[in-house]
Design a protein around this ligand. Structure first.
Ligand code: F6R
Length: 366
């Protein structure tokens, strides 16, 4: 049932090109300029008239929410807040009927996320679910929603659930941008076509697997890792660090690259591997100078770079290449090498990759 793979996690990483396609099948018709989500069509006005969108989730789903914050604010121009469900539910949050809450959950059973939904409903907000498990509690408790259609995710570490959540949230943003008129027709069409190309680009990113395995060999015994990214790829850095922690038990932290000099740079020495997402986008020059700061303190750089990159390639100790996409869609590809890096390190350390210690696939108690 692992389809020839050693672990469910690896199978699920490799399934991403096809499940991302399943996620948008019948919903994204790039040539016709159509994005259509059954659960959203009747509620477009609720979103476009909302004062703000509040996203509630936990763990990896919370990271997908952070990516969505960048996508929604950028493309739809609606203010977005992203909250850990556990914090939101207990801090007497300000919620009104003018708010829309999006709850993201792979399992659809996470206790804190469910409680946050109930609270938001009590306060009159409209609650939209993005779940993977069909018929799950959260999918039933929300007013409407969209399934990710990633298929069963068995590995405890979330992989394909994350990329398909981002796919759904990006489609929602594009649909709303179309109604709200916040994207030019050409940008809208470009995004649809580029989203349609993502499965192929994820496939390409997976082809670096052997190379990533070599990098894993070099760093498997490190005691700590830092992950850095900016903009759309800041949440990807958080997610990369979480993946490493949970399956390899190596301590890892994700940071927005510019925060380094506000503290974490004190940690850098020749023992510290720093994974930097340094794709060729708006922040490229700034990330390059962040890399220089780390290099000058002898930190080891493992960089995720765009195909054809030369500048970072010369500076970094190791690189993992990903195809070029619009920045908005880049988390869908930059995540891939980080998943593989964690996987290989965990396997080399003899960890139980699919069933890491102390973790459960769905957290139904708070
Ligand atoms: C990370 C992981 C957890 C879950 C979190 C939320 O790999 O699996 O952090 O993402 O427990 O779970 P769902 O999405 O089921 O609500």
């Amino acid at each position: 049932e692992k389809g020839g793979y050693d672990h469910f996690m690896l199978k699920e990483i490799y399934e991403q090109p096809s499940v991302i396609k399943d996620t948008y099948r019948g919903r994204l018709l790039a040539d016709k300029g159509i994005v259509r989500l059954g659960g959203l069509e009747d509620h477009i006005k609720r979103f476009t008239n909302a004062n703000r969108i509040i996203i509630v989730a936990c763990g990896t789903s919370w990271h997908a929410g952070l990516v969505a914050e960048y996508v929604f604010e950028d493309l739809v121009r609606i203010p977005v807040e992203v909250e850990y469900a556990s914090e939101f539910r207990y801090r007497n949050p300000i919620i009104t009927e003018k708010d829309v809450v999006i709850a993201i959950s792979q399992s659809g059973e996470t206790a804190d996320t469910l409680a946050a939904i109930k609270l938001a409903k009590q306060k009159g907000a409209f609650v939209y679910g993005v779940c993977n498990v069909v018929g799950s509690t959260i999918s039933r408790e929300t007013h409407s929603g969209t399934y990710t259609h990633a298929g069963p995710e068995i590995g405890v570490a979330s992989t394909k659930a994350f990329t398909t959540q981002i796919t759904v949230l990006t489609m929602m943003a594009l649909r709303l941008a179309k109604s709200k008129g916040t994207l030019s027709q050409s940008d809208y069409m470009l995004h649809l076509r580029e989203l349609d190309m993502i499965p192929g680009k994820v496939e390409e990113a997976l082809q670096s697997d052997e190379k990533i395995k070599e990098i894993a060999k070099v760093f498997k015994d490190a005691a700590n890792f830092l992950y850095l990214g900016r903009g759309y790829n800041f949440p990807v850095a958080l997610e990369g660090a979480l993946k490493l922690k949970e399956i390899s038990y190596i301590h890892a932290e994700g940071y927005p690259a510019a925060e380094m000099k506000h503290g974490p740079i004190a940690l850098i020495d020749e023992q510290m591997p720093v994974v930097v997402i340094a794709i060729n986008n708006n922040h490229y020059e700034k990330v390059v100078s962040n890399i220089q700061e780390i290099k000058s303190r002898a930190g080891k750089i493992i960089a995720v770079v765009s195909e054809g990159d030369t500048t970072v390639k010369e500076m970094a100790d190791y690189v993992m290449e990903v195809p070029v996409t619009p920045e908005t869609l880049s988390p869908l590809v930059t995540t891939i090498p980080l998943q593989l890096l964690s996987y290989h390190i965990a396997v080399m350390l003899g960890r139980d990759v699919d069933q890491p210690r102390n973790l459960a696939k769905s957290v139904t108690v708070e």
